[in-house]
Design a protein around this ligand. Structure first.
Ligand SMILES: [Zn+2]
Length: 340
């Protein structure tokens, strides 16, 4: 029997500018993307985000194909059906076939909408690696602060989730990891996104989801204003993307039948305000914060082609629908013909 088509979507950090990635002056920061992945990819140099530039709302927009207008800092689901719901309902897939690995507690509702005819029970399972770690260490983690920092924008926004029972079940039943193995591994990791990639690889091994969505967030450390930390995070994310692609080449369920998409959720600001430094935030909505890139590589995708025509964030879901054979009927973007 032919293996099932697999799709992995990776959002390249919480906001990365072209200047530090694919623009000539940024390319030294992304050696893996530039030399290993991009040459195998169809690459879109102008991927536009016309929506609200907050990480949760932008990721929700990527996942629904509609520019969502929900409150970025509230624990609420996307308003429109997610790609996970279309995928599972149309193709009659089990819940184990769609998973999200998301960076912060604020993303706990990203897996499904409450849309009538879709909604609860029809979306993706969401794994929040930081929450797993805090459950595994019973909330008394020492030396894990660098992995547990929840977001870089609103220290007040830390929704209380479940008591830990659910996460320990995810860890042991789904990921097949004991608490002690998990915390031992976590000890060797340098960032939350490294933890996310570790979890994503476990999911690929244990559940082999056909639709796997990983949201990276380390890059958003840029809000601190420290350029060196922002660059470190870009370099790390570059390395982690290559590591994930390598896993897709070596896992038997994924080798040869996987298409991977990599794109930032949006760019960052030129931040024209007095005292602004051009990379720190994403609040002016200027071209640098709205224009970014996307690459697609692997099964069914042409290699080494660069497209300069503008595409939109909300085109992703219709494109995934056309590739995988489901109908995202409420999505407002257009499928990208160059990828079909
Ligand atoms: Zn941010």
């Amino acid at each position: 029997m032919a293996k099932k088509r697999k799709v992995i979507v990776v959002t390249f950090g919480g906001g990365a500018r072209d200047q530090e990635t694919f623009a000539p002056e940024g390319q030294e920061n992304i050696p893996h993307l530039l030399h290993e992945l991009a040459p195998q990819s169809s690459f879109f140099t102008q991927t536009m985000n016309q929506g609200i530039l907050g990480h949760y709302v932008a990721t929700a927009s990527l996942a629904t194909g509609v520019y969502e207008t929900l409150n970025n800092f509230a624990s609420i689901p996307p308003e429109h059906p997610t790609v996970f719901e279309y995928f599972r309902k149309d193709l009659k897939r089990a819940s184990s076939d769609a998973w999200v690995v998301a960076p912060s507690n604020g993303f706990n509702r990203i897996g499904e909408s409450e849309y009538r005819t879709y909604g609860p029970g029809m979306g993706a399972g969401v794994i929040l690696p930081k929450h797993l770690l805090s459950a595994a260490t019973s909330g008394s983690a020492t030396n894990f602060d660098h992995l547990l920092r929840d977001n870089y924008e609103t220290p007040l926004f830390t929704p209380q989730l479940r008591g830990g029972e659910f996460e320990l079940q995810q860890l042991e039943k789904i990921l097949q990891l004991s608490v002690s193995d998990f915390t031992t591994h976590a000890r060797s990791m340098s960032s939350a996104d490294e933890l996310s990639i570790y979890i994503a690889k476990r999911l690929m091994r244990q559940e082999a989801p056909s639709l796997l969505w990983i949201t990276m967030h380390d890059i958003d450390v840029a809000h601190s204003g420290a350029y060196s930390l922002y660059i470190d995070a870009i370099q790390r994310t570059d390395r982690l993307c290559a590591e994930l692609w390598k896993a897709a080449q070596t896992e038997p369920e994924y080798a040869g039948n996987t298409t991977m998409f990599i794109l930032p959720d949006f760019g960052r600001d030129a931040d024209e305000e007095a005292g602004g430094n051009g990379f720190q935030h994403h609040r002016t909505g200027d071209a640098a914060s709205r224009t970014t890139w996307m690459m697609a590589l692997g099964a069914g995708v042409r290699e080494g082609v660069v497209y300069d025509r503008p595409v939109q964030s909300i085109d992703l879901v219709p494109t995934l629908g056309a590739m995988m054979g489901f109908s995202p009927s409420l999505a407002q973007g257009k499928s990208i013909q160059e990828l079909l």
